[in-house]
Design a protein around this ligand. Structure first.
Ligand code: SF4
Length: 428
């Protein structure tokens, strides 16, 4: 059978479809790059914002257009299962609570144990192709952030056991993987249900494997022990944190029921920079949370400006059904949200410019991810440095999934340009 996978939203969704693809392949099915050539299309949806929910419906519609039977899973379809089931072409809706057994459910295999068998990682064709392997190590969340619908649809926090994570990392390595990205809804909560902590898992992976790079996806700034940051003394740990700030005002953070303060956030960011000054710290900010005053918005701008962020995603607040924030009075008018979001985006654009240009002249390790041929026959190639800089270079032949030492020469049209330095040795 030919199977197409599509996903939207977080890296956890990406990690999940990579796992399904490995399972379907192990069972003899073929993964195809588009819905038109597929018998079954699996769409992993998202509901983090109203726009993500609407894009999820769009993906289901376009998968159905190709004539495939569509299986819908993920956060949006778990929130609105009836609406998802009623969409044209949808043959099955798999709720988040059952999504770990999606492959068995789609193939009608009932409870099987193939999930515990060694699986070879497969690279997904088409837009979801990655050189980096996204590995799910955790799901669910026990926090109560008042804007968050994810915790409602993903359930309680649970960790993937060390042995299974090791196994997934080893299969990524045997498929040629150079970088793994550990993902979860609340990554820092890994191990709390097992009497362990995230630092234990990372130490274990560093010791038991020779994976060249380990990166963490989005991470909340709490639950992290002092020992955690010392792991970055190992050069295989990518100096990049995505730490969702959500607001730069302590009073808003309180209304959001975030388990952190600005002081704690700053301490973590500054400690990371003291371990490695090249650390990239990226973040998410919500503009126009209910009750956010002009003064609180100004505090957010000032806080963002006070740290050397490498970048940020701005989300104008959108009320999600079933959340406490959606019921709060003082919803901020859309026009004000839009204006605040614009001011934040402009600020982050400046921060990104300052961060990126500070690396001009320096040498970074770049993993080449995508390449395309130019009219003159050369290959324009993009890659990612260990500290999350996107770098472009030109090769005479296609290069992908290789790590090179690259000197950053300039920034052109918003992109860093690099020159490969063969046989570069640090300090040499
Ligand atoms: S930490 Fe907060 S924002 Fe993140 S998943 Fe949990 S409840 Fe949602």
């Amino acid at each position: 059978m030919k199977v197409f996978f599509d996903t939207i939203g977080c890296r956890l969704n990406q990690a999940e479809i990579e796992r399904y693809a490995a399972q379907f392949t192990a069972l003899g099915h073929e993964i195809v790059p588009d819905a038109e050539s597929a018998d079954i299309a699996v769409v992993n949806t998202c509901s983090v914002t109203a726009a993500a929910a609407s894009d999820s419906r769009g993906k289901v519609r376009s998968a159905a257009k190709g004539g495939a039977q569509v299986v819908v899973t993920g956060c949006w379809s778990s929130m609105e299962p009836r609406e998802a089931a009623a969409m044209e072409g949808v043959s099955q809706v798999i709720l988040n609570a059952e999504k770990d057994e999606l492959t068995a459910a789609v193939l009608g295999l009932g409870k099987t144990d193939f999930d515990t068998e060694p699986l070879k990682r497969v690279t997904l064709p088409g837009v979801h192709a990655r050189t980096r392997a996204f590995i799910k190590i955790q799901d669910g969340c026990d926090n109560h952030c008042t804007f968050c619908v994810t915790r409602l649809v993903r359930g309680k926090a649970r960790s993937v056991a060390k042995a299974r994570v090791l196994h997934d990392v080893q299969s990524a390595i045997s498929a040629g993987g150079k970088e793994i990205v550990l993902t979860g809804v609340n990554l820092g909560a890994w191990g709390l249900d097992l009497g362990e902590e995230l630092a234990d898992l990372i130490e274990f992976l560093l010791k038991e494997t020779d994976i060249p790079r380990i990166r963490l996806s989005s991470l909340e700034s709490w639950n992290l022990s002092d020992r955690f940051l010392r792991l970055w003394e190992d050069p295989r740990m990518c100096p990049h944190f995505h730490l969702p700030l959500q607001s730069g005002s302590d009073s808003v953070l309180k209304r959001m029921a975030r388990r952190t303060t600005l002081g704690e956030f700053r301490r973590l960011a500054e400690t990371a920079l003291s371990v490695n000054p090249a650390f990239a710290i990226t973040t998410d900010v919500i503009a126009g949370f209910p009750g956010e005053t002009d003064e609180e918005h100004a505090q957010t701008l000032a806080f963002v400006d006070s740290l050397p962020f490498a970048g940020g995603h701005i989300f104008p607040y959108s009320p999600r059904p079933g959340t406490a924030a959606a019921r709060m009075k003082d919803q901020v008018p859309k026009a004000i949200q839009k204006e605040r979001a614009k001011q934040l985006r402009d600020l982050f654009e400046q921060k990104t410019f300052v961060f990126e240009t500070s690396f001009i002249g320096s040498v970074r390790k770049v993993l080449w991810e995508s390449t395309q041929q130019l009219p003159d026959g050369q290959w324009e190639t993009h890659g990612l440095s260990e500290n999350y800089l996107t770098v472009k270079t030109i090769f005479p032949t296609p290069v992908r999934n290789r790590i090179d030492s690259v000197r950053i020469s300039e920034r052109q049209d918003g992109k860093l340009i690099g020159i490969v330095i063969p046989d570069f040795r640090e300090g040499g």
